[in-house]
Design a protein around this ligand. Structure first.
Ligand SMILES: Cc1cc2nc3c(=O)[nH]c(=O)nc-3n(C[C@H](O)[C@H](O)[C@H](O)COP(=O)(O)OP(=O)(O)OC[C@H]3O[C@@H](n4cnc5c(N)ncnc54)[C@H](O)[C@@H]3O)c2cc1C
Length: 338
């Protein structure tokens, strides 16, 4: 929606987080977004709303308040049992028109990436995807949306001065949730799905899950990641052994994925996943900025590389100089001994 005069801008108020919902349950990334959005709402002295669309989402109202939202705006409808980007976008655009939020934040997940661009286009707003930082400009009150740009080599801060709502997406594990407070209460508003908002253009014939490659990198506490230095798909079996030995997951650089050694859902970085493991072991990954943005907030980083002078070796808490084909077997032998 165009809001390019001070009077029109003043009609838009409050910060919204669009909940990530799966199987009627609000997902953890929503709590992370609420943590970040709480600061924005406090800086704007306005309310924080969480909009949850799905089948059975009413039961999540207490959790939504407990994680920091003042208002839970609920669209609980059995027609939303399966994610339907068209229906949810139509409902969201209608609710934006009705309640006029100033800022809207959504998760940069598969679901969010399908949903929010539709909402942004239909409501004639801008959208900054994959933000790594959100803040309020103290002078203008505008949302400052920071994200990597130009291949990740610089950080750009983007402002939507003339359009409302200001929209941004943030990946899982980038922001921190507030501690859950069961005593925190708020207002709850229930809205429906209108006739014509669902099933307008497409029918879902079948839903299937990729059971072959279940990879849960974003929740993994221990990640063993390989890059071009692994030199082939065979080498990833060695990395898998180390990951299995410590109950971890296997990650990869884009170079390894592009070479076809490991599927895309293992990729860490700007165009892959953002991870926040307790321990991240980078094997033969030089650490270009596009990889680092996806893993640099891991608690403890171990780098194994022949070259002692790579960005990853400089970033690492423990830098092991040498051939990964000698070092990983030695680590496995040590693990087997203990
Ligand atoms: C728009 C854009 C988005 C991108 N998104 C991503 C992304 O999401 N994720 C990502 O990872 N990249 C991404 N990239 C690519 C990124 O710029 C790098 O090209 C890539 O990360 C390099 O991968 P690498 O570190 O595995 O390979 P290299 O840079 O080639 O590093 C290989 C390392 O292995 C070491 N090595 C070789 N043999 C051994 C051995 N036997 N033992 C130990 N070490 C050894 C070498 O010394 C070297 O340091 C993106 C690029 C662009 C432009």
């Amino acid at each position: 929606m165009l809001a390019n005069t001070p009077a029109l801008r003043a009609e838009y108020r409050n910060v919204w987080v669009v909940a990530e919902v799966s199987g009627g349950k609000v997902q953890k990334v929503t709590w992370e977004l609420l943590g970040a959005a709480r600061r924005l709402a406090d800086a704007r002295s306005c309310e924080l709303w969480c909009v949850a669309l799905g089948d059975g989402v009413s039961k999540e109202t207490a959790a939504i308040h407990g994680y920091g939202a003042d208002v839970a705006l609920i669209v609980d409808d059995s027609r939303l049992a399966r994610f339907d980007d068209e229906a949810e976008a139509a409902a969201l655009v209608r609710l934006i028109g009705k309640y006029r939020p100033e800022i809207l934040v959504c998760a940069a997940t598969t679901r969010g990436r399908a949903l929010i661009p539709r909402v942004a286009v239909t409501s004639n707003s801008g959208l900054t995807a994959d933000c790594t930082g959100l803040a309020i400009d103290p002078e203008s009150g505008d949302l400052l949306q920071t994200r990597p740009a130009f291949g990740g080599n610089i950080m750009a801060t983007i402002r939507s001065a003339n359009h409302r709502p200001q929209m941004a997406t943030v990946r899982p594990r980038v922001m921190n949730a507030l501690d859950f407070d069961p005593a925190r209460k708020g207002q709850s508003i229930s809205e429906g799905l209108l006739e014509g908002e669902s099933g307008a253009f497409k029918t879902v014939l079948e839903v299937f899950h990729d059971e072959e490659n279940p990879v849960n990198l974003s929740d993994a506490r221990f990640i063993v990641a390989g890059g071009r230095g692994v030199k082939g798909a065979e080498g990833f079996k060695l990395l898998r052994k180390l990951a299995d030995a410590v109950g971890g997951a296997v990650g990869a650089s884009r170079a390894a994925v592009d070479s076809g050694w490991v599927p895309y859902n293992h990729q860490v970085g700007q165009t892959g996943q953002t991870v926040q493991a307790t321990v991240y072991v980078a094997c033969g990954i030089s650490g270009q900025i596009q990889h680092l943005v996806g893993m640099q907030s891991c608690d403890y980083i171990v780098a194994i590389d022949k070259n002692p002078d790579t960005p990853m070796m400089r970033l690492a808490d423990a830098a092991v100089v040498g051939d990964l084909y000698e070092i990983i077997p030695a680590m496995l032998a040590e693990l087997a001994r203990t």
